[in-house]
Design a protein around this ligand. Structure first.
Ligand SMILES: *[C@@H]1O[C@H](CO)[C@@H](O)[C@H](O)[C@H]1NC(C)=O
Ligand SMILES: *[C@@H]1O[C@H](CO)[C@@H](O)[C@H](O)[C@H]1NC(C)=O
Ligand SMILES: *[C@@H]1O[C@H](CO)[C@@H](O)[C@H](O)[C@H]1NC(C)=O
Ligand SMILES: *[C@@H]1O[C@H](CO)[C@@H](O)[C@H](O)[C@H]1NC(C)=O
Length: 253
């Protein structure tokens, strides 16, 4: 527990996290009161809960907006305007080694935008929503926090900041372009896409595909794995088949 806390020191929000939680950790250690903080609750159940955290890692997932929008269902640009022609964040998803995942781990920890106001500009740019009707992204971020974030080791501030920091370190579009794979509507081998990401980012990704309006298989999401501390990019401990044809379209956006 303590080493995980120390691991958060790089985050801007650490000071407040530490201040908010150190007291709760004391309470936890002494079992004086019931925990209210989400961060603590994730650990606070009992030894079995600690064991189950040792089975956790994260999928860090980015989506290609062209493939989101290209579907039968379509997309809506957020109220802040058309997102960049780039992969954008879908989420950071706690996952167990056996491939299944926890979700909605703390119904008491509702999304609170006031805790992350200093991150909103980055989120609008790197984590834009494409859902309809057009909206400002809060619904998407709320969903990601409440479903996935509450099962991480982080509080809200650290969850969103850690995820944004991963995006700063991996440039999937550049890695693909370095291998001649571009969002030009052409078809590419999924194996070549994986190799390009491996060459650019250092680990083999999982590739998820979806279908465009005429049922053509296309590159939709790229997953890489991240250690529970949210910092170390690792080879994925588990792989799941993600609906791809052997060759897939990389549509423009
Ligand atoms: C996967 O592992 C977790 C944690 O060890 C456990 O709680 C869960 O029941 C397991 N799920 C399956 C489907 O085996
Ligand atoms: C988004 O809109 C909701 C109301 O629908 C509002 O409560 C929230 O503050 C807005 N957030 C941002 C980042 O604009
Ligand atoms: C795409 O996002 C990466 C970060 O993941 C960033 O480094 C790069 O500059 C962005 N590229 C474009 C064309 O916006
Ligand atoms: C799957 O790929 C083959 C060529 O490799 C192509 O002929 C076929 O149309 C593709 N199917 C879909 C659903 O994209």
């Amino acid at each position: 527990m303590k080493s995980i806390l120390i691991g958060l020191v790089i985050l801007q929000c650490t000071i407040s996290i530490y201040a908010a939680h150190s007291q709760s950790f004391l309470y936890y250690a002494e079992q004086v009161v019931e925990e209210e903080e989400p961060f603590v609750t994730a650990f606070a159940e009992d030894d079995a809960a600690a064991d189950h955290n040792s089975d956790l890692f994260y999928y860090y997932v980015e989506q290609w907006p062209g493939s989101y929008c290209d579907t039968k269902k379509g997309c809506c640009y957020p109220s802040t305007g058309k997102p960049a022609t780039n992969f954008s964040i879908h989420g950071l998803w706690p996952t167990w080694l056996n491939g299944s995942w926890p979700e909605n781990c703390n119904p008491n920890s509702l999304y609170d935008e006031s805790k992350i106001s200093y991150l909103i500009e980055r989120m609008q740019s790197e984590w834009p929503t494409l859902s309809c009707p057009s909206n400002n992204g809060s619904k998407f971020w709320k969903h990601e926090w409440e479903k996935h974030g509450t099962c991480s080791i982080f509080d809200q501030c650290a969850y969103f900041e850690s995820t944004l920091n991963i995006k700063d370190r991996v440039n999937f579009l550049q890695a693909l372009e370095n291998a001649g794979i571009k969002p030009d509507g052409n078809f590419y081998e999924v194996e070549a896409i994986k190799e390009a990401i491996k060459a650019g980012v250092g680990v083999t990704p999982l590739i998820e595909c979806n279908s465009d309006a005429s049922k053509v298989s296309q590159l939709y999401q790229i997953y890489i794995c991240v250690d529970l501390n949210g910092k170390d990019i690792i080879e994925c401990p588990t792989t799941v088949q993600r609906n791809c044809n052997t060759t897939v379209e990389f549509p423009p956006f």
